[in-house]
Design a protein around this ligand. Structure first.
Ligand code: ATP
Length: 282
């Protein structure tokens, strides 16, 4: 799986993730430490969940966390987008699920990340089945037969926790309520973790994490920018857009001034660039 490019160790580190400390602690306990010290867990016979569901609003770091966990644990990472599993040929979707789990086993320790596990995934299924009923009923109806088969195969693989030693499964969704309950049971996507919209302090921490490799002026206080009213209700992805706009404003200003007598290398992103960016984003 590694050779064919299906799995890699992601380069996202915990320093790249702003806030979300409690989730980091959970994953350290449930995945990272288990991968790093398997003998300890065996010795004490500790049996913990291997399937996780991250849920919460879009752009708040679900994918980022999953990658950082893999990086921290030195585990391979396979990213599956729900709709990729769809195939109009009978049996092919089940085969796709089997192949994915078998790939994960060949490169364990491995984190199998199912993105858009419901939402767009189910909407994709809906489009595919060509009937609204397929979404409403998901399983057990004529229109939902593809969903039924695909879910059943997924359940078979998820239930084989004993055979998938070293394979951890993380699902991400914006709408856990429309997920099939069978998938959410312990032993499957059994541990549910909420990834919330960041609060005032977390927004500053996210800006700091995002700005690590950017030339920010030393007098810019990212924590107080995060607390500004203009940042209320912004997600991590929105904050990334703010930072990007601020960087763009700095770049344009630098370009408009041209080569001058001042030191062009020392050009940085300052408070005024952030103000411009927030005006634009809001
Ligand atoms: P979706 O539900 O839409 O798939 P998501 O919750 O998986 O979204 P991510 O893809 O992890 O969100 O985040 C999108 C981008 O937003 C990241 O690449 C990063 O730039 C930024 N981001 C979000 N949350 C954080 C965070 N806590 N720390 C740093 N950056 C963040």
């Amino acid at each position: 799986a590694k050779r064919e490019g299906f799995s890699t160790i992601p380069n996202v580190k915990w320093e790249d993730v702003g806030g979300l400390d409690s989730l980091r602690k959970e994953f350290d306990r449930y995945i990272v430490s288990r991968i790093k010290n398997p003998e300890d867990y065996e010795e004490f016979g500790v049996d913990l969940e291997t399937g996780f569901l991250l849920y919460g609003p879009p752009g708040c770091g679900k994918t980022l966390i999953a990658k950082a966990v893999a990086n921290e644990a030195g585990a391979n990472f396979i990213h599956i987008k729900g709709p990729e599993l769809l195939n109009k040929y009978v049996g092919e979707s089940e085969l796709a699920v089997r192949t994915i789990f078998s790939r994960a086993r060949t490169c364990s320790p491995c984190i199998l990340f199912f993105d858009e596990v419901n939402d767009r995934f189910l909407r994709g299924l809906l489009l595919f089945c060509g009937t609204v009923d397929a979404l409403a009923t998901k399983r057990g109806t004529e229109g939902g037969w593809v969903v039924e088969r695909l879910l059943n195969q997924l359940l078979i693989e998820l239930d084989g926790a004993d055979q998938r030693r070293g394979v951890y499964v993380i699902g991400a969704t914006n709408r856990p309520k429309v997920m099939d309950e069978a998938v959410l049971r312990p032993g499957r996507f059994g541990k549910h973790l909420y990834v919330p919209l960041p609060g005032p302090n977390e927004r500053g921490l996210i800006l700091k994490a995002l700005a690590r490799k950017k030339p920010i002026s030393p007098d810019v206080d990212l924590i107080s920018i995060g607390r500004k009213k203009a940042c209320e209700n912004l997600s991590g992805a929105d904050l990334a857009a703010v930072l990007n706009e601020a960087a763009m404003a700095a770049l344009e200003e630098k370009q408009s001034l041209g080569e001058g007598s001042f030191d062009m290398k020392a050009w940085t992103i300052n408070e005024a660039h952030f103000d411009l960016a927030m005006e634009k984003i809001s």
